[in-house]
Design a binder for this molecule. Structure first.
Ligand code: CA
Ligand code: CA
Length: 506
């Protein structure tokens, strides 16, 4: 609907979502019992976004929104900008009146207009205050970032619906605090690249319950391994070789997690297997023959994948050096595979790092799909030639375009009796499955990393994404970790899975 004067306000119930917590993971079953805050009729048939339903929920820490964009799009690469106007204290006396909505305090911009090249594509998420506007010439002035309000959303791949969350009680300079009063109002606006309004919802109003911070300390060790015998596997993009250049936070995290198998991405062509072995043997020492064995990816240009294990490694030729589908013979996929012998069985393990950036249908998105098609063929060849009992494929999938690259591996692996399933790994607070975050980038936190496993022969006992900031001081101390270790190590968080063989397996 493109309404200019209509103030259609709906007031919702006082209770937080009674069915339970909203989890920012790209699955929407948690919204089933949340009432519709606003239903915008289809009214922008030619626009790149046509708003539909908006649902709102909240808990003590966050306000959540589920928004229907009416098209399958990538939030941070829209053909235009979605603006979420928020009177976040429900007070018309603070903030400014905008498009018929009084008291707007903050504006969240999904794909902000390209300031450098007006009219060209923008990217990422922006945050503005209507009452604090720093002088662009003043380099010392504080700039606002969506990270300031804990903004995140899912899924990162293209979808027609997205769930968003915004932190409550955030005090930005000269701006009303976010969601600390008993209600807030908002509305959505879509502008095309030329800056013309193409769709606009009416206003919605939402009642909030007070913030009540009485979190109980967790008694159970959040990093504990399940009692059953199995393998602990970690996949981690180590940010352009930072593992070697800044090994202390990595070492502390890996020692705390204590894995059996480590899949790394983003070592560089200047690094070696010996260097990685050195770091692992220093931080995760073990007496006797169980020193770390490292397979360093021979292909992938300047960025390399690595597999390290305390268990015996056996070469798997077809996945050691996989030619890239797009380039000449001297270019290979950023991937490396090996076979790990465990409990008398042979596990094919592949560490992979797909092409970055783009959006659904872009060149980068196409390349990601081609890369996985090529990898799928290599896996197939390995499966036909070797006696394999299980498969793990993990790494940085960079799923910021379509979901197709993931579907290629999970739905269309095309191996008889085999399928791959994605481990549903969440951060320790259980509220997000984002694996990447970097406040210096225009993009907000999202899920880029995946661990896929052959569900006919392997079971995931437990999986999680570790952000050391989720641990309380007791557990940080117990594990020898510092609060910011994961964030200071890499822009990616480590993804951890405890897997075991299904006894009745192949
Ligand atoms: Ca969800
Ligand atoms: Ca206000």
């Amino acid at each position: 609907m493109l309404a200019t004067s209509l103030f259609a306000s709906l007031v919702l119930g006082l209770q937080p979502n009674p069915a339970g917590r909203i989890v920012i993971d790209g699955r929407f079953d948690d919204w089933a019992s949340v009432p519709i805050a606003l239903a915008d009729p289809a009214g922008a048939p030619k626009a790149a976004v046509d708003f539909g339903e908006v649902r709102i929920s909240h808990d003590d820490r966050f306000v959540h929104l589920l928004m229907d964009f009416g098209r399958t799009v990538n939030v941070q690469k829209l053909d235009g900008t979605v603006l979420l106007l928020l009177d976040c204290d429900g007070n018309r006396e603070t903030g400014k009146s905008m498009r018929g909505l009084g008291g707007v305090d903050v504006i969240i911009e999904l794909t902000p207009a390209n300031a450098e090249f007006p009219g060209q594509a923008g990217e990422g998420v922006g945050l503005r205050s209507t009452t604090y506007q720093p002088d662009p010439q003043d380099t010392a002035a504080r700039r606002l970032s969506p990270y300031d309000i804990g903004f995140t959303f899912a899924p990162t791949y293209a979808s027609d619906r997205f769930e968003f969350r915004i932190r409550r009680g955030v005090e930005l300079p000269q701006t009303a605090a976010t969601f600390t009063r008993d209600r807030f109002t908002g509305k959505l606006l879509f502008r095309d690249r030329a800056g013309h309004a193409r769709d606009e919802t009416g206003a919605f109003s939402y009642e909030l319950t007070p913030v009540n911070r009485s979190a109980k300390p967790k008694a159970r060790d959040p990093l504990s391994r399940p009692g059953e015998a199995g393998l602990r596997i970690v996949s981690w993009n180590v940010n352009q070789g930072a593992l070697l250049a800044n090994s202390e936070p990595f070492g502390r995290v890996l020692a705390a997690v204590d894995p059996d198998v480590i899949l790394l991405q983003e070592l560089t062509d200047r690094n070696t297997a010996g260097q990685v072995e050195g770091v692992l043997n220093r931080w995760l020492p073990r007496d006797g023959p169980q020193q770390w064995d490292v397979v360093f990816g021979a292909g992938g240009g300047n960025l390399r994948c690595v597999i390290a294990s305390r268990l015996e490694l056996t070469p798997a030729k077809p996945v050691e050096l996989v030619p890239h589908p797009m380039w000449r013979e001297d270019h290979y996929l950023r991937a490396v595979g090996t076979i790990i012998e465990h409990a008398g069985k042979r596990l094919l393990v592949i560490s992979v790092h797909l092409r970055a950036r783009g959006r659904a249908g872009s060149r980068e998105d196409l390349i990601r799909g081609l890369e996985l098609e090529t990898l799928r063929q290599a896996i197939r060849t390995a499966m036909l030639g070797e006696n394999i009992n299980g498969i793990i494929v993990a790494g940085d999938f960079n799923l910021v375009g379509s979901r197709r690259p993931l579907d290629l591996m999970t739905k269309w692996l095309d191996l008889e009796n085999w399928s791959l399933e994605a481990a549903q790994a969440y951060q320790l607070d259980g509220l997000s499955n984002a694996t990447w975050s970097d406040p210096d980038e225009p993009f907000v936190p999202g899920r880029l990393d995946y661990l896929l496993y052959s569900d006919a022969t392997l079971t995931v006992l437990r999986s999680f994404v570790l952000d050391s900031r989720d641990l309380n001081p007791r557990w940080l101390d117990r594990h020898g970790l510092k609060l910011h270790d994961t964030a200071s190590a890499s822009d990616h968080l480590p993804l951890i899975a405890d897997v075991k063989w299904v006894d009745a397996g192949l």
